[in-house]
Design a protein around this ligand. Structure first.
Ligand SMILES: Cc1cc2nc3c(=O)[nH]c(=O)nc-3n(C[C@H](O)[C@H](O)[C@H](O)COP(=O)(O)OP(=O)(O)OC[C@H]3O[C@@H](n4cnc5c(N)ncnc54)[C@H](O)[C@@H]3O)c2cc1C
Length: 289
């Protein structure tokens, strides 16, 4: 087993913000994970890292467990109408594009344009976009409960808005997921939705996606715009994007978790004062300034 100490985390996030973690573990396979997990859980607080597209780190006194090597998928069942796959948690979503397009299998089209997103991260967050929601496709989740360290299979998984029972308390090892034969062209849909995403989101800059969840009946981006924060930057160059106010962009690539707190606290304060609405982070903030 290779266990890293004081490991720099910045490059593991799409927003390029991170300090160091006291321990970093990237298991070679599930057996190695199962072998060392009891010791790690005893010594450290654990954070499970997928593609880092929704995660922002400070300095973390715990242990980051990366799923980057726990990847791959296989076809379990196939009919004329659907295909069922078993997919390891660390598999990037983009690894399924070829299969989806060649078989015209539908379900993930709206999510393919998200940089570095993995299946474990998508299921933990119940990622959704443009009417495509991963939770609706999931038939079964195989996970390790971080409290009991037991391996479980959930055959009736339940999901909420950007939430699942696995976030924080479990490691998703693999997911059984069903894609459905489409009547329209999956390739065209992916192309159109990627185009829409590029037009409305700052995809060429370091970002962690939506900063806040949409409060019931509101769009967080619109609220931030109305309180004058679109394009607002900290002195170290972390800004609410001019393209989409709910996306923070690390223009300078020098921002830290401190800048993130500066922006999120300011946004929460202004939005509450103006609209009486409480904003809640969608991004996962890990560690301390
Ligand atoms: C440009 C951009 C656009 C985005 N657009 C969207 C969008 O349209 N819709 C949307 O829903 N999200 C969007 N996101 C946010 C993000 O991609 C999703 O939240 C995604 O689900 C995170 O996946 P990840 O693998 O990167 O997870 P990470 O950021 O690594 O982790 C996110 C959370 O999932 C947990 N996690 C990760 N892997 C596992 C695992 N194997 N087992 C248990 N828990 C795990 C982590 O502990 C953490 O709590 C966007 C992000 C970016 C950068």
């Amino acid at each position: 087993m290779v266990l890293y100490r004081d490991y720099p985390l910045k490059e593991f996030t799409t927003v390029k913000i991170g300090g160091k973690s006291r321990c970093f573990f990237s298991p070679k396979n599930v057996n190695e994970l199962l072998e060392y997990l009891p010791r790690l859980v005893q010594d450290y607080q654990i954070f499970i890292l997928g593609g880092g597209s929704n995660t922002i780190f400070g300095n973390f006194k715990g242990c980051v467990i990366s799923t980057q090597t726990l990847r791959g998928f296989s076809i379990k069942k196939k009919t004329k109408e659907w295909i069922e796959l078993e997919i390891f948690g660390g598999t990037p979503l983009k690894d399924l594009i070829k299969l989806s397009v060649s078989g015209n299998w539908s379900g993930l089209e709206g999510l393919f344009g998200i940089p570095r997103i993995t299946f474990g991260g998508a299921v933990a967050m119940n990622a959704s976009a443009y009417g495509f929601e991963i939770g609706k496709l999931v038939k079964e989740v195989r996970f390790i409960d971080l409290n009991t360290l037991e391996e479980n299979i959930d055959s009736a998984p339940r999901f909420g808005y950007r939430s699942s029972p696995y976030r924080g308390g479990a490691i998703i090892i693999s997911t059984r997921l069903r894609l459905y034969k489409s009547q329209s062209s999956v390739r065209e849909t992916i192309r159109n939705l990627n185009f829409r995403r590029k037009k409305s989101q700052p995809l060429t800059l370091p970002t962690a996606g939506s900063t806040f969840k949409n409060p019931l009946g509101f769009f967080a981006g619109k609220l931030l715009e109305e309180v004058g924060l679109k394009g607002y930057c900290t002195s170290k160059g972390l800004c609410f994007s001019k393209k989409h106010a709910n996306f923070m962009v690390n223009i300078s690539k020098r921002a830290t978790l401190e800048d993130v707190y500066e922006l999120t606290n300011l946004a929460k304060e202004r939005v509450f004062k103006t609209f009486g609405v409480v904003l809640e982070e969608e991004v996962q903030l890990v560690g301390e300034v």
